[in-house]
Design a protein around this ligand. Sequence first.
Ligand code: SF4
Ligand code: SF4
Ligand code: SF4
Length: 318
Amino acid sequence: MIVTELLKITVLAGVALAGILVVLIWKKNLSTRVTYLRFWVQTISLITIFYIYSVLNQLLFLLLAIFIMTLFVGRFFCGWFCPFGFYMDLITQIRIVLKRRYRKLPVKLNGALNQLRYGLLVFFLSAPLIFSSTSTWLWPYALSLWGPFRPLLVLLSPLEPLVIPWESPLVINSVNISYPYASDFAFYLSENLELIAIFSFIILTVVASLFVRRFWCRFCPTGISLAAINRFKSFNWLPPVHLYKVEEKCTKCGICERVCPVQVTEVYEQKGGKIATSMCLTCLRCVEMCPYDGCLKVNLVGKTLFKSRNWLEPAKTE
Ligand code: SF4
Ligand code: SF4
Ligand code: SF4
């Protein structure tokens, strides 16, 4: 009970502080500080999601909220809220401290992985039909993503907190330890295989993330499902948040392409105007790092929220 209250207070205080930071960054155009804001929002999101997982049984609403949010703000969830994305960003910070250069996935492989998303989205959306039987086709199963709806729960796996309030296959000193997809391995595999699969996945994603930024985001069924939703051209008018490039100010320096954690090339390649890409996580790293004043912007319902600043030259004092 006390823990729940503490979680609530922490989340509320964190959201309030994040709001103050947003206003400060917006008013003072501190766009080169967006990464700090993002880390802060990711931390609060991690605590909030732990709280939600502790109290919410009706996980369908959480999944729907993420899907609907994507229609309006693109993959903002991936850039700012996803706990697994946050873990990978933290591993990237370790790599930076270790002064190791990142590696890129081959462009062809990255492109092929991007194309897989449509098949995966169709599979996940049709899975309840494939696995259903008349006895389990019930509303409570749908609400809790169980029974024939269990495959859809995989889409929430990147949100799995590291410590969980329920029984886990990984119990250390009576603490239920978890990791994204651990519950799926435990559900679908036999007891002998589940621990091997969980530890292999942890080692793979941690080590790979030390070399390739947002490694799992290239394969993640949730991310590619969101990217597929993000792709609907007919909804292009709908998302009120989008990236915008002023072509005349772009010098083709290539920084936006280099800093993008998921190798989105459209910001660099496309002519000016609204940038159309479904793989963008809306992390705003490119806006933060573009070294030309007002060349890249993020617009919210037509108004500029943040824009790139000239950080190559020190700001002139009056
Ligand atoms: S792609 Fe998957 S793991 Fe990456 S941020 Fe999005 S939901 Fe999380
Ligand atoms: S970082 Fe800015 S100036 Fe450089 S290529 Fe990208 S959009 Fe153009
Ligand atoms: S294109 Fe820019 S905003 Fe989108 S994921 Fe890459 S760096 Fe982030």
